[in-house]
Structure formats: structure tokens, C-alpha cells
Ligand binder design. Structure first.
Ligand SMILES: C[S@@+](CC[C@H](N)C(=O)[O-])C[C@H]1O[C@@H](n2cnc3c(N)ncnc32)[C@H](O)[C@@H]1O
Length: 374
């Protein structure tokens, strides 16, 4: 199934919008492939010697490296182009979504009509999203995850999927396998005899990782939770457009409200790096509580572990925290999710941490997983 790059809920750019979007992708490629490579030379030949002459020693941490690199004109230019590329990408998507707004809302209504839909949507008007999410436009997505302008609004979800596709392409991520499919492949290889009948995807966003579970396990009831109402409306309609029966709910990863032992798989994809440490710990406790005996938690995310990187690479990979509104990036890169799983109740010998390569070889994902004792 891979990443679904066509369906009725996906925004359709016109010629001029597509051109601008292609331009922003090229600009991002240029910054990533051509400009970024020069940063190491700038550091070695200029920033590091300057730091040494001022302090009598080389920089020892990413923060110290940042303090000198930020004064380098070439780094400033690279960083400005990266940031501009990201802003331009979102504004080029906004042009399409503004024009497509009416079509997307009416397609949402049509696809999710009673009698037609196979899945469901449960929104909670009293839901209070975590402040850290409601008040920050994560990775500069306009309006953030909680943007909601009314009962048929789906724009936050459309932004996430359509902008997210461009974002991933602009980072060289392949399209052959979705994150959900990577996690499912991991699960099937490790637990070939299990036949899950209930699956939960936490922080499901537009549902692009959730839908593959309906295809991998056709007999399973599949649920997705997120905090954004318009994201969830979009996810619901998107799943219906793809013929997938998914039940979406507006609930918090830290306190999901489902009954104990409701699921055989509790998963999350690309969500931990946007959660606070407190939320991630609570999600691990929820994973243990929600799993049936023998059930499996799989949490997949960006492959970035600062303990494996030197100070230069930590600085290099930490750009998003400072410049792309990723407030929990370094907290994620330094946390210990396997220890969190053990503290949540999983036995140490049933907890795993792995790097799993996407089938097209474009990148590795970091996976932490655990099985609840039978
Ligand atoms: C990067 S997106 C996840 C992407 C998605 N799982 C996928 O694979 O395409 C992170 C999502 O987590 C959601 N989120 C943030 N905090 C949350 C929380 N406390 N509980 C549930 N969802 C949350 C955000 O609204 C956002 O949609």
C-alpha cells in the first residue's frame, strides 16, 4: 500500500501551486545537499579555531558549537535558507488548501455520512489539549495541530498530510513504505504467530500510519487517537476514502480513557519526538495498562540518539529544535524509552530497541517495543 499519494481527501494543487511547491522542494534539497555539507568545513577552519583562541580549548558541547557557528556568515545563510524553505513550503501548501477548502469540507461530509462510513469519529468538545501542543506550531505547520475553525473543518489534517508529504520528499524520504508498514513488518517478523484483533495508534494525525493496520489485520478493530479535532475529521474521511474502517477518537496519549487490556497492539509512529518526557512516560504506562496479556507495544520514531553522536553531530542534528519549532527534539534524542517501558511494568527481557531500515533504503527508523507477559 505504501504512502497513499492519491485519494479523494488529498489536496490537488493547480499548475502554479505545483510549480511553487517544486521550487520550495528544490530549495530545501539545495540547502540540505549542497549548503549543509559546507558547515563542517566552516566549523573546522573558522569557528573551532576562533573558539580555541578565546577559551584555550575546543568546544565540548553542541551548545558551545552553536555559540560560534551562529556567528559564521555561511552558516547563517544556510540556516536562513533552511528556515525560509520550510516557511515557503507551508505557505505554498496554504495556497492550495485555501482554494481547496470547500471541496475538502464537502468531501469530508460526503465520505463520512451515516450509512456510508465504515469507521467512526468521536470528538470531545470539552477536551483540553496539552498546552505545549496547542500553543506551538510544531515544525511551523500553520495553526498547529489543534487548528479548528468549525464543524466541517479538516484543514489541520490536510496541512499535515499534504505538507508532510512535501516535507518528507524534501528530506529524501522514500514513498515505498509508510511508517505504519515499517512497524507492522517489525511486528510480523518478531511475532509471526500472533493474530491481533484490536489495535491502537497513538498520535495518529491524518491516519496514514493507522490505515495499514486494517489491511495487515483485516479481522482487527483499529483505533486511532489524537488531540486535534480537524486532524481527526480529516483522518476519518481519509480512511473512508481508502475503504478502511478505522475508529478515531479525540483523546490524550497520557490518559487514553480506554478500558484495561483492550488491545493486542498499542503503537505510535513519529510521535514521541513531539511529546514531552512526561507524556512519553505516561504513554508507556498506558501501553502496559491497555495491552492484553501477550500484547505488544511498538513505538517508532526518528532515528536520533544523542548518546551515539559526538557534539558536532548533536549540533548538526539539533537544528530543528532551535529553528523548526520542535521543542521536545533534544528531550526525545536523550530520553531512554526502554527504561520507561520497564518502569511501566514490562519485563526487561521482553523489551527491545532496534533500528529498522525502510524497504527502499532511504532511512532507518528507531523502534522501541515490548511484550506484556501472558
Ligand atoms: C508527527 S505527528 C504523528 C504522525 C502520525 N502518527 C503518522 O505516522 O503520520 C504527531 C501527532 O501527535 C499528536 N499529539 C500530540 N500530543 C498528543 C497527545 N498528548 N495525545 C495524543 N496525540 C498527541 C499531534 O496532534 C500530531 O497529530
Amino acid at each position: 500500500m505504501a504512502r497513499n499519494l492519491t485519494h479523494d481527501m488529498l489536496a490537488r494543487p493547480n499548475h502554479d501551486e505545483r510549480s511553487l511547491q517544486q521550487f520550495t522542494l528544490s530549495l530545501k534539497d539545495y540547502a540540505r545537499d549542497r549548503m549543509r555539507n559546507r558547515n563542517a568545513d566552516v566549523y573546522k577552519n573558522s569557528a573551532q579555531p576562533r573558539f580555541i583562541s578565546e577559551h584555550g580549548r575546543p568546544p565540548e558541547s553542541a551548545r558551545e558549537i552553536e555559540s560560534v557557528m551562529c556567528q559564521e556568515p555561511l552558516y547563517q545563510m544556510y540556516s536562513r535558507v533552511q528556515r525560509n524553505g520550510q516557511e515557503m513550503m507551508w505557505s505554498s501548501v496554504a495556497d492550495t488548501l485555501e482554494r481547496e477548502h470547500g471541496r475538502l469540507s464537502s468531501t469530508y461530509k460526503m465520505l463520512t455520512e451515516e450509512g456510508r462510513r465504515s469507521g467512526s469519529l468521536e470528538l470531545n468538545p470539552d477536551f483540553e489539549p496539552p498546552r505545549a501542543m496547542a500553543e506551538v506550531d510544531i515544525h511551523l505547520q500553520p495553526g498547529g495541530y489543534c487548528l479548528d475553525t468549525g464543524p466541517d473543518d479538516v484543514i489541520a489534517g490536510a496541512f499535515y498530510e499534504y505538507g508532510g508529504n512535501l516535507y518528507a520528499l524534501g528530506r529524501g524520504v522514500g514513498v515505498k513504505e509508510s511508517k505504519g508498514e515499517v512497524a507492522i513488518r517489525f511486528f510480523k517478523e518478531r511475532f509471526p504467530d500472533m493474530n491481533p484483533t484490536a489495535v491502537l495508534d497513538i498520535g495518529c494525525s491524518a491516519g496514514s500510519s493507522t490505515v495499514p493496520y486494517t489491511q495487515a489485520f483485516p479481522a482487527a478493530e483499529v483505533h486511532g487517537i489524537d488531540i486535534g479535532p480537524a486532524i481527526l475529521r480529516y483522518a476519518h474521511a481519509r480512511a473512508e476514502a481508502l475503504g478502511a474502517a478505522v475508529n478515531f477518537h479525540q483523546r490524550d496519549a497520557a490518559a487514553t480513557g480506554f478500558a484495561d487490556e483492550s488491545f493486542d497492539i498499542v503503537a505510535s509512529h513519529n510521535a514521541m519526538h513531539e511529546f514531552s518526557q512526561k507524556t512519553t512516560e505516561a504513554m508507556m504506562r498506558e501501553s502496559f495498562r491497555l495491552l492484553r496479556p501477550g500484547g505488544v507495544a511498538i513505538h517508532l520514531d526518528v532515528n536520533i540518539r544523542y548518546a551515539e553522536l559526538d557534539a558536532w553531530m548533536q549540533f548538526h542534528r539539533g537544528w530543528d529544535q532551535v529553528n523548526n519549532n520542535e521543542p521536545f527534539w533534544s528531550s526525545y534524542a536523550t530520553n531512554k524509552p526502554t527504561e520507561m517501558l520497564v518502569s511501566a511494568g514490562f519485563p526487561e527481557d521482553r523489551v527491545w530497541e532496534e533500528k529498522v531500515q525502510q524497504l527502499d533504503g532511504s532511512l532507518h527508523w528507531f523502534i522501541v517495543a515490548a511484550q506484556k507477559p501472558r
